[in-house]
Write a protein that binds this ligand. Sequence first.
Ligand SMILES: Cc1cc2nc3c(=O)[nH]c(=O)nc-3n(C[C@H](O)[C@H](O)[C@H](O)COP(=O)(O)O)c2cc1C
Length: 360
Amino acid sequence: MTAPSQPLFDPFTLGPLDLPNRLVMAPMTRRRAADGKLPTALMAQYYAQRASAGLIVSESIEVDPLSGLTAPTRPGLFNGKQQSAWRQVTDAVHAAGGRIFAQLSHMGRGAHSSQLESGGRVVGPSAIAATGSIYTATVPLPYEVPHALSEDEIAAIVAQYGEAARLAKDAGFDGVELHGANGYLIDQFLRDASNQRDDRYGGSAERRARFLLDIIAAAKAHWPGQKIGVRVSPTNNFQGMSDSDPVAHYGVIATLLDREGLAYLHLVEPATQPEGLPQVAPTIRQAFTGPLILAAKYDLVSAQAVLAEGRADLVAFGELFLANPDLPERLKRGAPLNPADKATFYTEGERGYTDYPFLV
Ligand SMILES: Cc1cc2nc3c(=O)[nH]c(=O)nc-3n(C[C@H](O)[C@H](O)[C@H](O)COP(=O)(O)O)c2cc1C
């Protein structure tokens, strides 16, 4: 009998980066930034603890100082102070032997006017509110109907992404991931339930992808394509997101992205979809010839299976990495895993953040 294949622990070449394994730490918002949306020494420690990942993708980082904001404790990357503060994170990860991409994001219609700076407004591709409520400083409030962005306003946000990409480079990140998943602004443009525009940013999948492609072009002013990743979630229904034909539409979007020479496409889709949701990964795998990362509910067995079957090149782990700073070593040894404490996902300080134990 041959031993089962263990591709998760094989090295991988991601553009110019040599990854020691195929485990990615998934982007996870932890809301521990200081006033001014500044990363802290504690955040540097948290990421450095997890440097044995093949690649770390940072928590989502806000690019728009006025309209893209949520909780004040989510970090930003729109000024020089934030850029210098991120340097302590990237230096700590590099000193520990790791690699880290910055996940750049804009909340779009997921923001709330009570959280925005003066002059900011809740924006989106179309005047269609997200479903559900948002936790504001006081009580949960229903999402608001966003202002439908004009083409000039779209161009201004694209420029903000470009500026954040420049700051990310100066802050020492190894690359940037554009957050096109989970109901954020790029996702709002990509999917047809939230984008009902009839100009060049809406109508067909090609046109809905234009906003993302414009942002990629802005990021390319500062980074080679090989250091730009994109995250998408074609079937995730967070905040009432949906699409009438995710397989066909994301086949088109993946074909367009394939021409961009990107570092990777990062797809949020579990190995087995819940009843009623299609599996989009096989279509994307065919259309997009660069590295593919899969994320959502993977464990050692399902990760090894998707890699061994060639369905992906890398697998991202969220909660498992949050709770196990030495996840690659634990999985390799078959060691027990720390359970994640959901109560401290978004609280302050080191509890449930930097105090998860390492193997002894
Ligand atoms: C605490 C927490 C925060 C998250 N924040 C983000 C985020 O900032 N950006 C993002 O793209 N996904 C975010 N996610 C989703 C994860 O990246 C991942 O896709 C999800 O947890 C499913 O993977 P898992 O089952 O391995 O945890 C978050 C997940 C968790 C648990």
